[in-house]
Design a binder for this molecule. Structure first.
Ligand SMILES: CSC[C@@H](O)[C@@H](O)C(=O)COP(=O)(O)O
Length: 346
C-alpha cells in the first residue's frame, strides 16, 4: 500500500500532494477551477506525465461544474476553452493532450445529453482514467520483471513513481514490484538537476517502500558504470515518437550514451498513453523550456552571479538506437520499435 496519493478527488475539488514541499512536508493543496489546476501543473505542484494527464482530466470536470451553461452546446464550448488552457500548462508530455482528448471524445459520444448529463459523464470519465492508471502502472511493473534480475544494480533518473502517476509508477513502479517480489536490489538515483526529483521524490518513495537506494549527482553515472557492475538503467518517458525516440527528463540522453558506452541495457517504461504516433521522430517533439531561476537558485540561495545566462530545457530526446526495450502495459517491445508500435494501434 502506497502511504500517500499524489491526486485525490473529493467530488467538487482536486486535492494535490504539493510535490514542491517534499520530502520535508506532506501538504495537500485544493483546487476548484480549471485555471488553478493549469497553474498547478505548470508550477509542478503535480508532475510526471501520467499524473498531469489525470489532474488535467479533473480540471475539465471542474470547468464543467463551474460553467453556468444550461445548453450542451454552451457547455461544450466552455470545455474546449478549459481544455486549451490545460493543454498549454506543459507542452512535452503527450499524456496531457491524450487525457483531455479522451475526456472530450467521451463527452461527444453521449447522445443528446442535458448539460447536467454531460457533467456526470465527464466526472465518470475522469474517475475511470484515475482507476485505469493504477492498473496500467501495475502491468508495466509486472511486464518489466523479466528484465530485472535478482541482485540487480539499477540506475534510475528523475521520479517515475507513485508521485508521478496515480499509484505505483512506471520505471520506479517496476523497481518497487521487483522489491516486493523479493529481489535484492541496489538502486542508484540520479538527483536530477535542476528540480531534484530523484533526490527529493524518488528517494522519498524508495525509503517508504524499503528499497535500498543511493543518491548520486547526475554526472556520476558514467563513473559508476566504469567502476562497478551496473545491470540496467530504467527511466520513464513523456512522449515517444513513432520511431521509438523518447522525450524524458533532461539528462536521460546523457545517461543513455553512458549506458551504451558501457554495454548496460537501457530500458524505458512507457504507458501506451505516452506514445505519439503522429510524430515520426523525436526532433518533432516540443521541449519545454523552464525559468532561469530553476538553475540559478537552489531553494532561496543564488548559486550563479546575478543575470547569468541560463539554458534550461526540461526534457531531452534519447534516440531509439540507444534504447534496449520499451516496457508497456501490453508487453516488452524490442527494437525495431516502429512496426510493433503500429501493431499496438496506439
Ligand atoms: C511516470 S513519469 C515519466 C516522466 O514524466 C518522468 O520521467 C519525467 O520526466 C517527469 O518530469 P517532470 O518535469 O518532473 O514532470
Amino acid at each position: 500500500m502506497t502511504p500517500f496519493r499524489s491526486i485525490e478527488w473529493t467530488g467538487d475539488a482536486l486535492r494535490l500532494l504539493d510535490q514542491r514541499q517534499l520530502p520535508h512536508q506532506t501538504l495537500y493543496a485544493e483546487f476548484t477551477t480549471a485555471s488553478a489546476v493549469a497553474t498547478a501543473i505548470h508550477d509542478m505542484v503535480v508532475r510526471g506525465a501520467p499524473a498531469i494527464g489525470v489532474a488535467a482530466a479533473f480540471g475539465l470536470v471542474l470547468a464543467a461544474q463551474q460553467s453556468q451553461a444550461t445548453s450542451v452546446e454552451a457547455l461544450r464550448a466552455d470545455l474546449q476553452t478549459a481544455a486549451n488552457q490545460l493543454k498549454q500548462a506543459r507542452p512535452t508530455a503527450v499524456n496531457l493532450t491524450w487525457a483531455l482528448k479522451r475526456m472530450l471524445q467521451q463527452a461527444d459520444a453521449v447522445l443528446t445529453p442535458s448539460a447536467d448529463d454531460l457533467r456526470r459523464v465527464l466526472a465518470q470519465a475522469a474517475q475511470a482514467l484515475y482507476q485505469e492508471d493504477v492498473e496500467i502502472n501495475r502491468q508495466i511493473g509486472l511486464q518489466a520483471q523479466s528484465l530485472i534480475p535478482d541482485r540487480a544494480t539499477i540506475i534510475h533518473h528523475c521520479n517515475t513513481g507513485a508521485l508521478a502517476t496515480v499509484d505505483y509508477g512506471t520505471a520506479l513502479g517496476a523497481i518497487r514490484i521487483a522489491h516486493e517480489q523479493g529481489k535484492r536490489l541496489q538502486v542508484y538515483l540520479d538527483e536530477t538537476r535542476p528540480r531534484l526529483q530523484g533526490a527529493s521524490l524518488s528517494a522519498y518513495e524508495l525509503k517508504a517502500y524499503g528499497v535500498p537506494h543511493t543518491v548520486m549527482v547526475d554526472s556520476a553515472s558514467g563513473y559508476l558504470m566504469q567502476t562497478q557492475t551496473v545491470d540496467l538503467c530504467i527511466v520513464g518517458c513523456d512522449r515517444v515518437a513513432a520511431n521509438g525516440d523518447v522525450a524524458n527528463k533532461i539528462g536521460t540522453y546523457n545517461l543513455a550514451i553512458a549506458a551504451k558506452a558501457h554495454q548496460v541495457p537501457f530500458y524505458v517504461a512507457c504507458p501506451l498513453s505516452s506514445i505519439d504516433m503522429t510524430l515520426a521522430s523525436g526532433d518533432q517533439i516540443e521541449i519545454e523550456q523552464r525559468s532561469a531561476e530553476e538553475v540559478t537558485h537552489i531553494g532561496d540561495r543564488a548559486i550563479t552571479p546575478a543575470a547569468t545566462a541560463v539554458f534550461n530545457p526540461a526534457f531531452d530526446i534519447t534516440p531509439a538506437a540507444y534504447i534496449s526495450a520499451l516496457i508497456t502495459e501490453k508487453g516488452v517491445i524490442l527494437p525495431p520499435f516502429e512496426p510493433q508500435l503500429r501493431q499496438l494501434g496506439v
